[in-house]
Design a protein around this ligand. Sequence first.
Ligand SMILES: Nc1ncnc2c1ncn2[C@@H]1O[C@H](COP(=O)(O)OP(=O)(O)O)[C@@H](O)[C@H]1O
Ligand SMILES: [Mg+2]
Length: 270
Amino acid sequence: MSDAVVADSAIIRVNDLVKRFGSVEVLRGITFDVKKGETLCILGGSGGGKSTLLNCMIGVIDATEGSVVIDGDDIVGVSERELDVVRRKFGVMFQGGALLNSMTIAQNIALPIEHHTKLDADTIETMVKMKLHQVDLLHAADRRPSAISGGMQKRAAVARALALDPKILFYDEPSAGLDPIATTRIDHLINKLKTTMRMTNIVVTHVMESVQRIADRIIMLDRGKVILDGTLDDLMTSDDPRIKQFRTGDLKGPGGGATSTEDYHRDLLM
Ligand SMILES: Nc1ncnc2c1ncn2[C@@H]1O[C@H](COP(=O)(O)OP(=O)(O)O)[C@@H](O)[C@H]1O
Ligand SMILES: [Mg+2]
């Protein structure tokens, strides 16, 4: 694990990241920083490489070339044991929530604490209550994931991602499958974590309304490259036809109109 110096306020530094699956190059030299305490949205059309990038950033898949430095530690090519140390610094809210239905919401949140610490049961119970309170779910502690709404499941997944008090939270499509009100609620939660906990949030999303509510900065991917790194204002005023098409959701344009809604939703769940 290298001790790269993080000279400024960057808490994550992605440098010239390349990912190939066989001969297919999915990420083609991605470079950007995430600053401490900001919400960065990762946007882009389906198949652009967003999930692959996120998975490289959390060490779920190993990058082919380049580096991902998280809070001073390069995670590319390190052992599982070294990765485990870095993993304590961030939480991940996976697509679909990934809660275990054989357990209550409280037990789901206790799981990572039991796994990573030697804390006694009373302390863990107190910690779980705090996390549930943060996401406004204390009342649902003893329910099973299948017995609560989709929006509540997503908030429970955020509570579980918060279990070990991370500095950084990753979210892959946090509002996939949610109605507009539940989406707004998740967005408010993301903003609240930023202002109250100084959380650094990295959010993969395609929902423009969410981007407008939460983003401090935006990167947009297209075919494995960064085509925009800037503010919401930069996104809204860009003349790049690929960015314009994304903004307006127009079927005609360089992104093509080949992806049906069904395909897109299936893709989201991949
Ligand atoms: N494990 C894999 N093996 C081969 N190709 C993959 C794999 N994962 C993703 N891809 C390909 O990489 C491209 C980007 O996928 P993905 O990162 O899921 O895009 P996004 O999340 O932006 O929709 C797609 O063309 C996809 O088929
Ligand atoms: Mg994806």
